[in-house]
Design a protein around this ligand. Structure first.
Ligand code: SF4
Length: 364
């Protein structure tokens, strides 16, 4: 394996496109060779994304945790009447958006539960209220599941919903609800969600309409290495076709308060080795992505920092408010001070640079 791995990593640095079998071999490494994979990914990161560590000044607004679905990995959603369920009305949303504006954010991010009463118009209303209270701020919102839900509730096509959303000021869409893009896994962890083909179709529709999206994976529950590879291969295929993904964001499973963990279906999240390899292998496999983000919300800042020397070039956003991972049991997820981002970037010898949602560099 030693020589095989070394040759493979040299080939990738020279421009070889990894096959799915080769990708799986990299995910299966368990010993000190993980550092060689990380080092190769770090070199590729430098070639493709430069030395800067980027971040975005953003704020989350999760409008409601009421949700008609019951995904097994979700510790956030509630049913009507449950303790802790909430729903922000126009006044509350605009108060939060105005506060975000005073904080100087360039992005407001909003994804929520699938509220039983929501229609396509509900999403449009939320977008308009946010834009009224925070004009000029980039709206990064919804995901393929919300689009499919809005379409179903309003008897529209998903492309039609996306057109309405774009018209109402959607700047880019979240690539969440991807979880693992393998239907047998989706059947176990989120059977009510759109299947793989639906997620891919809606993402391609968004890209075709000029709505860029992120790409994500949620790993560390009950998926296999082969499932992770298939997922990455789907993302790479879509990117070859549309070039509409702005970044790849690996999301490490937060297990504590989730039904699949309690039921013994999922393990207790990814290990440190898996977190590191997910970033590094993604950097090597996704040769058509410029940006790989580490999620300090999911991994904690120390593990996120290690991701920066294993292929990642972006630290994500400040958030200010975060409910979804907190619901699943994560701690310290509300806000990351840019000063702390600067400390961890400089600690690995790299400059920190503020960016927009679409990766234009901004003044600090
Ligand atoms: S993951 Fe999203 S769709 Fe699934 S139950 Fe949670 S809030 Fe609802």
């Amino acid at each position: 394996m030693d020589q095989y791995l070394r040759t493979l990593l040299d080939d990738v640095k020279g421009g070889h496109r990894l096959s799915e079998d080769e990708c799986r071999a990299l995910f299966s490494v368990r010993d000190r060779q993980i550092w060689e994979i990380a080092a190769a990914a770090d070199e590729v990161r430098e070639q493709r994304a430069g030395t800067a560590v980027t971040w975005v000044l953003n704020q989350n607004i999760n409008v409601t945790n009421l949700c008609v679905n019951s995904c097994g990995f979700c510790g956030y959603s509630k049913k009507p009447g449950d303790e802790g369920c909430y729903f922000y009305d126009r006044t509350e949303i605009q108060k939060k958006a105005a506060l975000a504006r005073t904080r100087g954010v360039s992005e407001i991010c909003t994804v929520s539960g699938l509220h039983p009463a929501f229609t396509a118009q509900s999403y449009i209303d939320v977008y308009r209220w946010i834009h009224e209270a925070a004009p000029g701020v980039h709206l990064h919102a919804s995901n393929p599941m919300e689009v499919a839900y809005a379409a179903m509730k309003s008897h529209m096509s998903t492309a039609g919903v996306l057109e309405m959303m774009k018209e109402a000021g959607l700047g880019s869409m979240c690539g969440t609800a991807a979880e693992i893009l393998v239907d047998s896994v989706r059947e176990t962890i989120c059977r009510e969600k759109i299947p793989t083909a639906g997620w891919v179709r809606i993402i391609k529709e968004a890209h075709t309409l000029g709505i860029p999206t992120t790409a994500t994976i949620m790993y560390g529950h009950c998926e296999s290495e082969a499932d992770r590879v298939r997922h990455l291969a789907i993302l790479r295929e879509v990117q070859d076709e549309t070039h509409g993904f702005t970044e790849f964001v690996p999301l490490s499973f937060i297990h504590m308060n989730t039904p699949i963990y309690r039921a013994g279906i999922a393990r207790a999240g990814a290990t440190g080795r898996e977190d590191l390899l997910m970033v590094a292998v993604a950097r090597l496999f996704l040769d058509n992505f410029n940006n790989i983000q580490v999620s300090w919300v999911k991994e904690g800042i120390k593990m996120a920092q290690l991701g920066l020397v294993a292929g990642a070039n972006d630290l994500g956003g400040t958030m200010f408010e975060e409910s979804i991972s907190k619901g699943a049991g994560a701690m310290n997820t509300d806000y990351l001070d840019p000063k702390e981002m600067q400390r961890v970037a400089e600690d690995v010898g790299r400059p920190l640079r503020r960016r927009s949602t679409l990766y234009e560099l901004l003044s600090p």
